[in-house]
Design a protein around this ligand. Structure first.
Ligand code: ME8
Length: 537
């Protein structure tokens, strides 16, 4: 039977700046889900990429004395390089300056023209270049006096100066979609996740929608409108379509049509809370206008904030505040796998999360060095020591084996999957760590070193060590989406390396699959402890 498709996407990031902790956060979040879905039998397509058009990118290029295309080309290696370093397993990397995007966007324009939801007019209002967003006079003045300094109008969202734009423009009749969007939210309450974000989206739409200017004539860094080449596509109208371009939209060949039918609609768009309206209002309305299916879910995560150690409060990360943290600084401290584990299991994905070096160090030492890493090294050492470098062989097989760990491990995959399906990584991690902690306690309680002294208790010793290794094997599988290299290494050390690429997680997590008499490798510490002074914060 053909595998079901699971199509998951990150936002495509503007190339005005290098990738940072925030963009890496969304990308790792998707990677964990993509890996989990592959392990549970889905045919995953995981898409990320770069948003290369628009005024902001053109300005960054000019500041660096390059053409926009040269600038984008120069930035691509920083994104692709960081994603390789962070073990991002994307299947595609889209750049909006590629020919496929050009063709798809021009196809979109034709469909929009036919739809009757497009008209020509002129835009007279405000534009925020850093946010690439239009604001009406009322939105700007409503945003209060503070945002009105030195006669300048400031963006109600980011507080930066707005540009006055008066230009001919095509408009998308977004206002016509209010009722259909509200119906969508009623009929598919899971469209926006986590649930509390839905209220925000709904009240925005209930407040009334304005038609959206979707072309620009004031500058030219964008995809030309096919039937009116003085206009270039508004960057968001272009960017949102990337999700469909990557699965064959607008190509029209039989293969591309089959790909589109198989992959679209996407199962999950992961975005930050800053771009919810684009994904939950404008994007579905665009798709409704051209008669395409809507994505199943938009998952909006919160923002990473830096914890101020003096006040305990989270502050927005910014260069001007001097609290911005570079991904490399965290990788230097925690290693790549520790980096992934920390952000994915200590920050609740739906909410804003305050991060700090001291917290990173605490989580790493407690969970990875002292618990998971320690468990693996103790169990492998004992297996090597007491069973001649091999996994123990159980005289009566697994059927009669008694272990408190077996009870905890029973059904663990199901409990974990319930959370992983909803990107509830903190809870999923808790399910796994329960078994890790229980296994560490079991080592203390069963004292295998004492049991080993009595040859009459050889069977008991084999049971203790086998159940520890079995717990480790299962935990390695469940932790693999978070720390793929470590899990593959743990399985390799236990002689179960071939399981690492499983597509049937539920089966490999069944208790009692560990083979007896297989050679084990002790290896170095997986997570050496971080000495407190090392973090410097
Ligand atoms: O908005 N914490 O691109 P962008 C967590 N090109 N995530 C953060 C973050 C933080 N502090 N800062 C940024 C764009 N992000 C458009 C998207 S999609 C069709 C077009 C993440 O480079 C988060 O996912 O400004 C946010 O939504 C995204 O980066 C914005 O990236």
């Amino acid at each position: 039977m053909a595998k079901p498709s699971f199509f998951i996407t990150t936002p495509i990031y503007y190339v005005n700046a290098r990738p940072h902790l925030g963009t890496a956060y969304s990308t790792v979040l998707c990677d964990v889900e993509a890996r989990y879905r592959r392990a549970t039998g889905y045919d995953v397509k995981f898409l990320t990429g770069m948003d290369e058009h628009g005024e902001k990118v053109a300005e960054a290029a000019a500041e660096h004395g390059m053409t926009p295309q040269e600038w984008c080309d120069s930035q691509a290696p920083f994104f692709e390089g960081l994603w390789r370093q962070l073990e991002i397993s994307n299947d595609d990397f889209i750049r909006t300056t590629e020919q496929r995007q050009h063709d798809a966007v021009q196809h979109l324009w034709e469909r929009m023209r036919e739809s009757g939801y497009l008209y020509k007019g002129s835009y007279d209002g405000w534009y925020c270049v850093p946010e690439e967003t239009y604001f009406t006079e009322t939105q700007v003045t409503k945003s209060d006096e503070e945002h009105h300094s030195e006669g300048r109008h400031l963006c109600p969202d980011c507080g930066r100066p707005l540009e006055r734009v008066r230009e001919e423009s095509y408009f998308f009749r977004l206002s016509a979609f209010q009722d259909r969007l509200l119906k969508l939210y009623d009929e598919h309450p899971g469209f926006v996740q986590p649930d509390f974000r839905m209220n925000e989206v709904r009240s925005f739409v209930e407040g009334g929608l304005q038609d959206l200017s979707v072309s620009r004539t004031g500058f030219d860094w964008g995809i030309p409108v096919p039937f009116d080449e003085r206009h270039v596509t508004y960057v968001w109208f272009d960017a949102l379509l990337n999700y469909m371009t990557a699965v064959g939209y607008g190509v029209g060949t039989p293969d591309a049509k089959a790909e589109l039918a198989y992959r679209w609609p996407a199962q999950c768009h992961v975005v930050g809370k800053d771009i919810i309206r684009f994904h939950c209002v404008i994007w579905p309305a665009m798709l409704m206008a051209i008669g395409e299916e809507l994505p199943e879910h938009v998952f909006a995560h919160g923002f990473l904030m830096v914890r101020n150690e003096e006040t305990g409060q989270g502050e927005k990360m910014s260069k001007s505040r001097g609290n911005a943290i570079a991904p490399q600084d965290v990788i230097d401290l925690l290693g790549v796998e520790g980096y992934r584990y920390y952000f994915m299991t200590d920050v609740v994905p739906g909410e804003d999360g305050a991060i700090s070096f001291s917290r990173m160090e605490q989580v790493y030492n407690a969970d990875l060095a002292n618990s998971w890493g320690n468990l693996v090294s103790r169990a492998l050492n004992m297996s090597a020591k007491y069973f001649d470098g091999k996994t123990p062989v159980l005289a009566d097989g697994w059927a009669d084996e008694q272990s408190p760990l077996r009870e905890i491990a029973q059904g663990i995959e199901g409990r974990y999957a319930k959370h992983m399906d909803r990107l509830e990584y903190v809870q999923a991690k808790d399910v796994v760590m329960e078994l890790v902690h229980a296994a560490n306690h079991y080592v203390e309680d069963s004292a295998p070193w004492a049991v080993a002294k009595d040859p009459a208790r050889a069977g008991e010793l084999a049971q203790i060590i086998a159940s520890l290794l079995e717990s480790i094997r299962i935990c390695a599988h469940l932790l693999a989406p978070f720390m793929p290299t470590t899990s593959a290494e743990v399985l390799r050390r236990m002689g179960a390396g071939e399981e690492a690429d499983t597509t049937d997680l539920a089966s490999v997590c069944e208790w009692g699959r560990l083979a007896g008499g297989v050679e084990v490798t002790k290896g170095d510490a997986l997570f050496p402890r971080i000495a407190p002074a090392k973090s410097g914060m």
